[in-house]
Design a protein. Structure first.
Lengths: 826, 422, 253
């Protein structure tokens, strides 16, 4: 008996030390080490003083207003701001994870200088901390030296997400004052430039649209990832809930190359062959015309009641009276008359009957909206695809109509305290830099119709054509990883003095000679005029929820700090500008004359409410006539001249089925795309030129709802749920149709190799029987070689490494989704 | 007195574990125990339960299966002990004390494993009695196994004091028997009442648990008897020898056969059912696993076939081999039973595209080794100090092969066994 | 006292998982410890395939099997808290029987292998008895109701954000996030749901919006055959979850 007792005691002793030890170790002290104290150990604890600060999310372009909850100096919750018209108290899945950006354990904690001169994936930069003064002096010395040598054009700014007047808004003046054509090179051509250019070419607005979803009765969604990535995502989902439960319920047809949530939730899902959206849209237009479903008040009508559009037959010239459109007769006669659903079926693989049904529904339901994004435009024929889709909005009279689409109005900001034109020295006004093109060759003969061509910078620098960069400063962009064929950038930027301003250790930062870390968004004071939303002007304000928790600075203040150190009057300009807060105070002065609907009329009230906005949208198409808001109603009818000045900014002042903008560049388009010069203006079917070599499968790399401005790969909660549709719990999988896989001897879950003419990447695959058998899907997120402890080395290879640097000649949009690849078991 | 001293001396020589071999094995199993315990404790201290491969989708893994194995083997041993002590099958007297002892230490070992598996083991000591959640089968598991342990200890102390047939001893024996039935039957219901886990959901599961529990108990008993006697039947006292060449192997064979029958009908039901939560367990997990198939064929079917042969089943080598095979086979059976009830995800969804996979971690294996080695250590100590081969004097003095005095004339198995040995 | 109930409209849900992240940040759960998960599943094949999704919080059952099996009453249904099922972290022994007994798979034992490596618990190591201590943690803590960050060795689950809901005015029929008076008392998943696919209110009040929706839209309860009688109702197509099939078998020719 005694022996048992001894054994029991011993066992108990061992167990108790196990428990105590376990809790005192990594697991922590549990509060249950004793028997008695446990019950009363943890009851409710009192809440500290919680402060709610108005800010703006920074994880996508949508700019949702957020309420940031801070207690005892710690941010612990983020919810949508009820007073913000985009957020309306709601958020998307990314928004809540914002605290991770602030408390990311991998953040840069202050400015640093590189000590290892060698650059590359496996090179440790050997960063050592320096002070802000040292850092900014170092930059200024470099920039002043370049300027003294007449080489200031060799300094370039690069940016991705510009927020507003207090950051990217400062670039133009910087370039002008310092003297470089490269301030700044934006990422638009790696973003969604195709849709902007399609609209520029048809209705004259180089912009994304605003939408009146609340009153829409039909949505034709083409390649927009509407319920995953279409901005403003949060508001789009709010509108989805409304549209799908209002009376009448908004009917939705979704056209995409892959199974996705929008396809799954739509009333009709049509799977299209990648790059052929234009053919589908032309056939829809064809049916709308042959069935007589076009909006006669907006488009116009035949002079004679007997006039008809009949497949394959031309209409007599001058038989159709165009109202607000231009070139319909030529379009029909030279392009559209043969674009039947049967023709489109051959190209798109969508059965003609579905095309016809969609067209009849779209043409007979008002208001109806056709919207699209990178799916149709991420190909060499992207602008033409986009134009064909956008033309549908014209045919049914949705532009500027209630329940239709419009464009975003600007914010009536106050002026800056200084005018850059007053601070130009001779060099700035007329120096050698004036003769230099941009390093990316955008807006030059090489890319005459583009605004930015960031993806060209790496290759151009490597080739020394047009010249070699000396210094490059990056803000909110990471092209050394995100550009197509990024290995070229890795090679190119070895001899450039790189300044990165990201708070996080991305790939670009690994190439940096100087780290000037921006504060994270919950620490910043920053304005943010809305992306195209509902049209009426709006600008939100980020108010710091906490002071910067490390030695970081607002990018705007970094830029102003560099500016202050520039020689000559430029330095004087920045000393006058003083700080981001000063800039914003002057901007907010504009609200005094235009108080917002929520009473915001100055900087202080802006900070308190977090947003200034003023409804309504100022223009409205009603029954074929345009009206301007008169203060109480849309009662000021607009003349054709006013419409041309404010709404249809095309050469004709109308919606152009035959684009004057494209005709201005006819020679370029004929040269680059082989379209006869006399035809370039027509909205037409153009075969896409797929990249990647002779692969037999299309390769698309969409962004998921959790793509958080490139940081999603280092946010554990984000990684845990990143690709729910195939269960991507800690990685993303290649989504493949089971038949496609089985033909190649690939089983569900196998490791596979995806090969283009650029090289190969590997991934694990999961079967998705809903996908097209000819299309592989790999969400764009993982495959980083830097970016933080969770991102580094996670997941499949980086899709960019098998994506060729090919762009739409018109928009310049990189054709990310046009690659063809081969698939095999790894 | 003189006689009994002499007896004891003879037995001391007969039991090899009371000699140097016992010390050697004790040291060896002590080392295994200390090593596995140290490993497990370090893992639990440093990594907590992250060192287990169980998780929120499959919360019960090998430690629970190990506990289940030990708890049911203990119950099986307790039930065998009740054959002579409650039901008067006197030819089982030679193993009664060893059975009671083994039942006790096997249960202790199982509980040790369970203790290391729980999130907060000490909290149990006050939280279960203070909250009296009588709806919970696990509450009753605590009650019944505590009683079981108590009765086993009490019973053993009676036997240790030489009280084989006193009124109290009988009463304690009956109480212990009921305790064993309740404990293991209730343990079965912990699984069997879970209607949301159809693989387990079965009102007759207690019968299955009794059956397999006794089978694993007999396997352990046979192995440990032979171990105590150096795997030589000559060293055994005549009554024990008679049992091992008579009733026990037949009982063992019947038990293995019964276990196989149970598994077969469960498998047929499972394979027949359309319900994927049962069907898939059999098609995609159990029968898809080479290890499971091997455990069935080598751990149960082969032993059963061998034991059907009257000549083979009385051979020492066969009995030891069968005991070991059944021991392993039923351990696998417990493992696959526990895990099999959880491998089908509760919901279809992309997060769990297939069955939930589970392979025990090193730490979980170390818990199993703790159980086994603790069992060995305690057993060896028992053999050394507690005279586990003891039996009523009239049995010990009976000549080999002769019917034991007081054996029930009408006891069917006993009669059969005697007939066989004769 | 109210009986809190939730209604999830699957016809409006967009599968975005904002409920999941709102919950995980409000309740400081570990990656993968998704008290409010969204399950996705596929059926059929191109070009007529379907994909569906199902948000899955704790059902806060009227007859909760998890409560019956808990040997220590650590998990309990609190009629004074609207019938929410809680885990008392001071009493839980970590036997995980409730996880076995829950037909909905919505209980978690966070002291398990990390889903995401490196382990976030190493980035934000434990303080003050918690399993891990992120800097962004919610100041609300009530271990008797499983609110806050759990200690090691206990089971955790959705609490319907009781630390918020408990402040709701007495007798309120609906906690509608669009009503500024009560938005702070609305569970995180309901509050953030952009398409407004979630509703929260008093099931005992026949005039509550949740009851109106259940009535008008024929609300159903998940796995009702288990008899657990959830206090969470689903509307629209998709509440009938197909039986489990291994993904490999879905496309067998």
């Amino acid at each position: 008996m005694k022996l048992f007792q001894t054994l029991l005691d011993r066992r108990r002793f061992l167990q108790s030390s196990a428990v105590v030890g376990a809790t005192a170790g990594a697991a922590g002290v549990t509060g249950l080490t004793g028997l008695a104290q446990a019950p009363q150990a943890r009851a409710q604890t009192p809440r500290g003083e919680t402060v709610v600060t108005k800010s703006i999310c920074a994880q996508c372009p949508a700019r949702c207003g957020i309420d940031v909850y801070t207690t005892d100096g710690r941010v612990h919750a983020i919810y949508g701001d009820t007073g913000n018209p985009i957020a309306n108290g709601k958020l998307c899945p990314k928004g809540h994870l914002g605290s991770y950006f602030l408390y990311d354990p991998d953040r840069f904690k202050g400015p640093m200088r590189r000590t290892n001169p060698n650059k590359g994936r496996d090179e440790d930069p050997g960063f050592v901390p320096i002070s802000w003064d040292e850092a900014l002096d170092m930059v200024a010395e470099r920039l002043n030296g370049l300027r003294d040598r007449g080489e200031s054009h060799r300094f370039a700014h690069f940016y991705g997400r510009g927020w507003g007047a207090s950051d990217a808004g400062l670039y133009g003046d910087f370039g002008k004052l310092y003297g470089t054509p490269n301030s700044a090179i934006g990422h638009a051509s790696m973003c969604a430039e195709g849709s902007k250019r399609a609209k520029r070419a048809t209705d004259g607005n180089d912009s994304y649209n605003s939408y009146d979803y609340r009153n829409t009765n039909y949505l034709l969604i083409m390649g927009a990832s509407f319920l995953e990535a279409f901005r403003p995502y949060n508001n789009v989902m709010q509108m989805w809930g409304h549209m799908r439960s209002k009376s009448p319920k908004t009917r939705v047809t979704c056209v995409d190359v892959r199974m996705n949530p929008t396809m799954a939730a739509a009333d009709r899902a049509l799977y299209i062959k990648p790059g052929t959206d234009g053919a589908f849209a032309l056939a829809v237009a064809h049916v709308i015309l042959t069935e007589g479903l076009w909006d006669k008040e907006f488009v116009g009508d035949f002079y004679q009641a007997s006039g008809r559009f009949i497949s394959g037959e031309t209409i007599p010239v001058d038989s159709f009276e165009e109202n607000w459109v231009h070139g319909l007769t030529e379009w029909w006669n030279q392009e559209l008359k043969n674009r039947t659903p049967e023709w489109a079926e051959e190209i798109t693989s969508i059965p003609a009957r579905h095309i016809r049904q969609t067209a009849i529904e779209f043409g007979s339901t008002r208001p109806a909206v056709a919207l699209f994004e990178r799916g149709p435009t991420g190909h060499t024929n992207g602008t033409y695809n986009g134009m064909a889709i956008h033309a549908l909005n014209a045919l049914v009279g949705s532009l500027f109509a209630k329940g239709g689409l419009g464009y975003q109005m600007g914010v009536p900001y106050g002026a800056l305290p200084v005018n850059a034109d007053d601070y130009l020295d001779d060099y700035a006004r007329d120096g050698a830099w004036k003769d230099q093109p941009r390093i990316d060759m955008a807006r030059t003969e090489r890319w005459p119709m583009t605004s930015h061509m960031m993806q060209e910078t790496g290759p151009n620098h490597l080739a020394g054509d047009p010249y070699k960069l000396d210094t490059a400063m990056f803000f909110y962009t990471n092209p050394i990883w995100t550009a197509p064929d990024p290995k070229v950038w890795e090679e190119a930027f070895k001899d450039v003095f790189v300044i990165d301003t990201s708070p996080f250790p991305g790939e670009t930062a690994m190439y940096a000679d100087l780290i000037l870390p921006d504060s994270t968004y919950l620490e910043r004071l920053q304005d943010s005029p809305t992306y195209p939303f509902e049209g009426w002007p709006m600008t939100a304000l980020r108010v710091p929820a906490v002071e910067p928790i490390y030695d970081t600075r607002h990018f705007g203040d970094i830029l102003i700090g560099i500016g202050k150190r520039l020689n000559g009057p430029a330095g004087e300009y920045y000393r006058e500008l003083d700080s981001v807060e000063n800039v914003l105070r002057h901007r907010a002065a504009g609200f005094a004359e235009n108080p917002g609907d929520n009473g915001v009329n100055d900087f202080e009230s802006w900070k308190e409410k977090g947003v200034w906005y003023k409804k309504p949208y100022h223009w409205r198409l009603e029954r074929g006539r345009f009206y301007e808001w008169g203060g109480l109603d849309y009662n000021l009818q607009m003349s054709p001249e006013e419409v041309k000045a404010k709404l249809f900014k095309t050469p004709s002042g109308k919606f152009e089925f035959k684009s004057g903008f494209l005709e201005e560049h006819a020679a370029y388009i004929e040269r680059e795309m082989g379209i006869p010069a006399e035809r370039v203006g027509l909205i037409q079917w153009v075969e896409p030129q797929h990249s990647g070599g002779n692969g037999d499968l299309y390769f698309v790399t969409p962004k998921t709802p959790l793509h958080a401005e490139g940081r999603g790969a280092n946010v554990p909660h984000n990684i845990a749920i990143h690709q729910p549709i195939v269960g991507g719990r800690d990685t993303v999988y290649l989504e493949v149709h089971p038949r496609t896989a089985q033909e190649r001897g690939i089983r569900n879950g196998d490791r596979v190799r995806i090969t283009s003419d650029l090289g190969s990447i590997e991934a694990e695959c999961r079967f998705v029987a809903g996908h097209r058998p000819d299309t592989l899907v790999l969400p764009f997120e993982f495959g980083h070689w830097a970016q933080g402890r969770w991102a580094k080395g996670r997941g499949p290879g980086h899709s960019g490494e098998v994506t060729a640097n090919v762009s739409d000649p018109i928009s310049g949009l990189a054709s990310y989704y046009t690659g063809k690849v081969k698939l095999e078991r790894a | 007195m003189n006689m009994s001293m002499k007896d004891r001396k003879t037995r001391t020589q007969a039991n090899v574990l009371q000699g140097p071999l016992g010390w050697g094995l004790l040291v060896a199993s002590g080392i295994v125990l200390l090593a596995s315990l140290a490993f497990a404790l370090i893992q639990l201290m440093v990594n907590g339960h992250t060192s287990f491969n169980t998780g929120s989708t499959l919360p019960w893994g090998q430690p629970i299966a190990t506990y289940l194995y030990f708890a049911l083997a203990s119950s099986g041993l307790g039930l065998i002990a009740s054959l002579p002590l409650v039901f008067g099958f006197k030819q089982y007297y030679p193993v009664a004390k060893r059975c009671i002892f083994l039942a006790f230490i096997v249960l202790i070992s199982g509980m040790a494993v369970l203790a290391l598996e729980l999130g907060n083991v000490f909290r149990m000591l006050w939280a279960i009695p203070l909250n009296l959640q009588v709806q919970s089968a696990m509450f009753w598991m605590g009650v019944f196994y505590a009683l079981d342990l108590l009765f086993l200890l009490w019973k053993f102390s009676k036997l240790q004091g030489g009280e084989w047939d006193s009124k109290t001893a009988k009463q304690v024996g009956i109480a212990s028997f009921i305790g064993v039935l309740l404990a293991s039957g209730n343990l079965a219901l912990i699984f069997g009442m879970m209607s949301m886990r159809p693989f387990w959901f079965d009102a007759l599961l207690p019968i299955y648990f009794y059956f397999t529990g006794v089978t694993s108990g007999v396997a352990a008993l046979v192995f440990f008897i032979y171990l105590a006697h150096g795997f030589q039947r000559e060293r055994m006292p005549p009554a024990l020898k008679a049992l091992l060449t008579g009733a026990l192997p037949k009982l063992f064979a019947a038990l293995i056969g019964g276990t196989l029958l149970f598994i077969t009908v469960r498998a047929i039901t499972g394979l027949y059912s359309n319900n994927p939560e049962i069907n898939l367990v059999w098609t995609d997990y159990l029968f898809a696993s080479p290890l499971y198939n091997a455990s069935l064929l080598l751990g149960l079917l082969l032993p059963f076939v061998v034991m059907l042969s009257a000549s083979l089943r009385n051979s020492v080598g066969v009995q030891v081999l069968v005991a070991c095979l059944v021991f392993l086979g039923l351990f696998a059976e417990r493992f696959y039973f526990v895990v099999g009830g959880q491998v089908v995800p509760m919901f279809r969804g992309t997060w769990e595209p297939g069955l939930i996979s589970y392979t025990p971690s090193t730490t979980e294996w170390s818990l199993t080794f703790i159980g086994i080695s603790l069992c060995f250590v305690l057993y060896l100590l028992g053999e050394k100090f507690l005279n586990l081969g003891d039996m009523p004097r009239h049995m010990a003095e009976a000549p080999a092969g002769a019917p034991a005095a007081g054996a029930p004339a009408a006891g069917a198995p006993a009669a059969g066994a005697q007939a066989n040995t004769a | 006292m109210a009986k809190w109930g939730m209604v999830i409209d699957l016809d409006k849900c967009t599968g975005c998982q904002a409920c999941t992240t709102a919950c995980s940040m409000e309740n400081n759960t570990l990656p993968g410890e998704s008290w409010q998960d969204v399950l996705f599943y596929h059926e059929g094949e191109y070009p007529s395939a379907q994909m569906k999704w199902l948000p899955r919080p704790c059902m806060q059952c009227e007859n909760p099997s998890c409560v019956h099996v808990c040997p220590t009453r650590a998990t309990y249904k609190d009629p004074d808290a609207g019938g929410i099922v809680f885990v008392d972290w001071n009493k839980c022994i970590g036997c995980k029987y409730c996880m076995i007994a829950c037909p909905y798979g919505v209980r978690f034992y966070a002291d398990e292998k990390p889903l995401i490596e490196p382990d976030i618990r190493e980035a934000y190591p434990s303080e003050n008895g918690q399993l891990w201590s992120p800097p962004y943690q919610n100041p609300d803590e009530d271990w008797q109701r499983g609110i806050g960050i759990q200690p090691p060795g206990v089971v955790s689950k959705c609490t319907f954000c009781y630390h918020k809901v408990k402040h709701a005015p007495e007798g309120v029929a609906d906690l509608d996030e669009d009503n500024p008076e009560v938005k702070e008392y609305v569970p995180a998943c309901v509050r953030t749901c952009a398409p407004k696919a979630r509703y929260f209110g008093d099931l005992d009040n026949p005039e509550s919006q949740v009851n109106q929706l259940i009535g008008d839209r024929h609300g159903v309860r998940l796995k009702d055959h288990t008899g657990n009688r959830p206090q969470v109702y689903y509307l629209g197509a998709g509440a009938g979850v197909p039986a489990f099939t291994p993904a490999d078998r879905e496309h067998d020719a």
